[in-house]
Design a protein around this ligand. Structure first.
Ligand code: NAD
Length: 500
């Protein structure tokens, strides 16, 4: 470990773990290429230790009144808001996204905390008086116990916040397993729960890789798993978690299309394509990676996009640049490999992000914004989720062919249409087979009180994240049928209960 490299470890029962890790992994600053942290990777035994603490804590927390739970949520909201910038700095230092983008991520996470502050209202059940003579029926929702939250590198604060505030508001305890690439934000966010008055053991963080995830998937005291990551791992987590009897929501990868119709405002569309294609270096599950231009506007639109790309500054996220580096050197090389494959396959490379001028250290994981034209559906730059700053333009002659392209894609996370024709937009929202749809909005991430989730290979499970679906995911329903007798007796009746 270099002198500048800090140890990053698990948070269990309100304190840092004091054990000795059998395995560790390196954490980098992507803008410098330097190792900044050594992360403890949990063994199965360490996961057991953390789940045991969470399980014990869930018993009392699940019995804590709604008023008290909501008070902790309100206090937590204030603390995250207070420390927004500090958390964002941790994100920039390990993920590489520019500071303003990192602040935006924490802000979107705050919205979920604010939603969860309304838990007394959200958990209200139904009540039917007099369903039969002197018989009432009512429904209640109860916590599950221990919930596991396994998150990806690209939103180290926001994605855990999609789940954790709602899980704990519902009376569960949580074990968060952040990405091993940028683990510090999750620790900082978890520490704030203690300051907010959360009892120790309700919110825990365990760091690790496949070994930790596999143990969470099989541990009998883990009752639900909320996973976000790439499609193959999401599918794996869903299949293994459900096989072990757990409730699982597993959000996977994406290939988001933006259709531009000939009547669209092309300046608005060009701005949107650049923002959604290159924001966070394309490392967003809602990034636009395929732009479908319905002819005859492709040439004009590409000209406008190219002009805007020429003004983008790529560099260290702390220096006021537009776009930061990629998360690791390995990932940068993989994305650059896709650029080479696109050229090889015959796509027209309009802007090449390889090489170029970057405002940062020479060893940073740099790749500039890249634009391809005349991309066709069989090319790997179209079929694969690249997860980098590479935007591919496909040209189609009609709306119907554009729609067919979107609907035949195996992913269905987000999509957008740009048009000034309300009828076309309405038809699109009805016909498109994608979970989140934007109309003249390129990154249609729903507000916290709606639910976030894609279709097809972008989500495995029935329940989307946050909103009322989140409350349902983190609770079990129970229906009570009660009779408070008059001081008379109904007598013996062995028939199936019906209502009179
Ligand atoms: P990833 O799948 O590599 O990792 C996600 C999590 O799974 C991490 O915590 C990681 O430690 C764990 N993991 C990795 N390999 C594993 C294995 N073999 N077995 C068990 N667990 C394993 O994803 P990533 O690279 O961190 O994140 C980027 C991906 O996440 C992209 O595909 C992106 O589209 C997707 N994503 C989706 C959404 C969504 O809402 N649908 C949101 C954000 C990111």
């Amino acid at each position: 470990m270099s002198t500048d490299s800090k140890r990053i470890t698990h948070l269990v029962g309100g304190s840092s773990w004091t054990g000795v890790a059998e395995r560790t992994s390196k954490v980098y600053n992507p803008a410098t290429g330097q190792v900044t942290g050594e992360l403890d990777l949990a063994s199965a035994a360490t996961v057991d230790e953390v789940v045991k603490v969470a399980h014990e804590a869930s018993k009392a927390w699940g019995q804590t009144s709604l008023t008290k739970r909501a008070q902790v949520l309100f206090a937590y909201r204030e603390l995250v808001n207070r420390d927004k910038e500090r958390i964002a700095q941790l994100i920039t230092a390990e993920h590489g996204k520019v500071l303003s983008d990192a602040i935006g991520e924490v802000t979107r996470g705050l919205e979920v905390i604010e939603f969860a502050c309304g838990i007394p209202h959200l958990l209200k059940g139904g009540y039917s008086e007099g369903v039969s003579t002197k018989v009432d029926v009512y429904s209640i929702r109860q916590p599950l116990g221990v919930s596991a939250v396994i998150s990806p590198f690209n939103f180290p604060a926001m994605v855990p916040m999609w789940f954790v505030p709602i899980a704990v508001a519902c009376g569960n305890s949580v074990v968060i397993k952040p990405s091993e690439k940028d683990p510090s934000a999750a620790n900082a966010m978890a520490e704030l729960w203690k300051e907010a008055g959360m009892p120790d053991g309700v919110v825990n963080v365990v760091h690790g890789d496949k070994e930790a995830v596999d143990r969470l998937l099989e541990h009998p005291d883990v009752k639900s798993v909320s996973f976000v990551g790439s499609t193959p791992i999401a599918k794996y987590v869903y299949e293994n978690g459900t096989r072990n009897g757990k409730r699982v929501q597993a959000l996977g990868g994406a290939k988001n299309h933006m259709i531009v119709l000939p009547d669209a405002d092309l300046d608005l569309a060009a701005d949107a394509a650049v923002n959604a294609g290159f924001g966070s270096a394309g490392e967003r599950c809602m990034a636009i990676s395929a732009l479908v231009a319905v002819e005859p506007i492709a040439d004009e639109l590409i000209g406008k996009i190219k002009e805007r790309m020429g003004k983008l500054k790529t560099g260290d996220g702390t220096r006021g640049c537009d776009m930061g580096p990629l998360v690791t050197g390995e990932h940068r090389d993989k994305v650059a490999g896709y650029v080479a494959a696109g050229v090889e396959a015959g796509a027209e490379l309009v802007v090449d992000g390889r090489g170029g001028d970057f405002d940062g250290a020479a060893d940073g994981f740099w790749l500039g914004p890249t634009l391809f034209d005349k991309v066709t559906p069989e090319m790997s730059i179209y079929t694969d989720e690249i997860f980098g700053p590479v935007l591919s333009v496909l040209r189609t002659p009609s709306y119907d062919e554009a729609l067919e392209l979107v609907n035949s894609n195996p992913y269905g996370n987000g999509t957008a249409i740009f048009t000034n024709d309300g009828g076309a937009a309405r038809r699109f929202q009805n016909e498109v087979e994608v979970g989140m749809v934007g109309i003249n909005v390129p990154i249609p991430v729903p507000m916290a009180y709606y639910s976030f989730g894609g279709w097809k290979n972008s989500l495995f499970g029935d329940t989307h994240a946050h909103g009322t679906e989140g409350v349902h995911f983190f609770t079990r329903g129970k229906v009570v049928t009660s009779r408070w007798l008059d001081p008379s007796h109904g007598g013996i009746n062995l028939g199936f209960p019906t209502h009179d």
